[in-house]
Write a protein that binds this ligand. Structure first.
Ligand code: BDR
Ligand code: CA
Length: 332
């Protein structure tokens, strides 16, 4: 049975990998792609989403423009992490298609009304558009089958402030509203893929070499150009010449939650701390007297996921797979 997914993203290099992985996965049906400002502005996010879909021959999937900035805070973007246009050094062809007229929040509301209990929500950017949708339609959380969020950092440093992770740090109020609305009154407990796990998921040049052995062509070239930028960013941060592919991993969890172990927890977002605003907090000892409202992803088989991701991208690149270790046949 295929998993029907609404993808809400701020594309973004690792968002791009998430989108591509879902596009090719035989078990995934991408119902809509929603653009939210974050890594880059919402126009660039939308352009990237349209470009990737068109590039992959999937312009039938609707792109909906979402929030152009957080609920309360001013927008911040991170071109140092993802490049001026959000896809590193890659130069994607300009899209010839346009986004749908319906905005992202309305798309969240309508799609979950049309298919109650069927859709999986995957949010891999700031949670602004989803929070706006819940404001418009408070019954929305109960109509989702599952929600997977890439965000937060539990018992682990942040990547935006000492304690805060980017997606939550950009719009803490939206994250607070979403995590308050889910995990109660019959709404599913979101599965949170936070930095404590996603920073273990490191794509390396070896993985790209493997991709190059399996496939070539323009998609592989774009991925090399995007990931080279992401490798350089991580190296500049002192993390090595590698890339944490947070969002692609969250996409795999959305498709198959059994690839992670999880712990139920009460989670919330710090909104006021002068040093800690945007940090996610887990109450693991019941201090707040509230029932668990989320599942924190704890462990996974990292090599297995990365292998699957490389194979997935190679499949999408349109070349047949060769068994591991088999040399390429020379081209005539
Ligand atoms: C998250 O921040 C963004 O830069 C990435 O796309 C990912 O969603 C990781 O903290
Ligand atoms: Ca993202």
């Amino acid at each position: 049975m295929s998993t029907e997914i609404i993808l809400d993203c701020d594309t973004g290099i690792d968002d791009s990998l998430a989108l591509l992985h879902l596009l090719q996965h035989p078990d995934a049906e991408l119902v809509a792609v929603l653009s939210t400002a974050g890594n880059v502005g919402v126009e660039a996010v939308t352009r990237n989403n349209l470009s990737w879909l068109e590039f992959c021959g999937r312009s039938d999937i609707g792109v909906h423009v979402g929030a152009s900035g957080p609920l309360v805070a001013p927008l911040r973007t991170c071109e140092d992490t993802h490049g001026d246009h959000g896809v590193g050094y890659a130069q994607l062809p300009s899209p010839t298609t346009a986004p749908r007229d319906e905005d992202a929040a309305d798309a969240w509301c309508r799609l979950t009304r049309e298919r109650p209990g069927e859709l999986v929500g995957l949010v891999i950017g700031p949670l602004t558009s989803l929070a706006m949708a819940i404001r418009r339609d408070p019954g929305l959380p109960q109509r989702l089958r599952r929600l997977v969020v890439m965000g937060g950092s539990f018992d682990h440093p942040g990547n935006t402030t000492p304690l805060a992770e980017w997606n939550v740090a950009v719009d803490p109020e939206a994250a607070h509203e979403v995590f308050t609305a889910f995990g109660v009154d019959g709404a599913p407990q979101p599965i949170i893929c936070a930095l404590n796990l996603t920073e273990q998921v490191a794509l390396t040049p070896e993985h790209l070499s493997r991709l190059g052995e399996l496939a070539d062509g323009p998609l592989v070239r774009h991925l090399n150009d995007a990931l080279r930028f992401y490798f350089e960013f991580h190296q500049a941060q002192g993390e090595g010449y590698l890339a944490h592919v947070h969002d692609a991993f969250a996409a795999a969890v959305a498709l198959d939650p059994s690839i992670v172990t999880t712990t139920p927890a009460v989670v919330d977002v710090e909104l006021n701390g002068t040093l800690t605003r945007g940090a996610m907090v887990a109450d693991r000892r019941g201090f707040w007297g509230r029932p668990p409202n989320a599942l924190i992803a704890d462990t996974t088989d990292v090599p297995r996921f990365l292998d699957e991701l490389v194979r997935s991208l190679a499949t999408l690149a349109g070349r047949h797979l060769r068994p591991t270790g088999t040399a390429r046949r020379p081209q005539n």
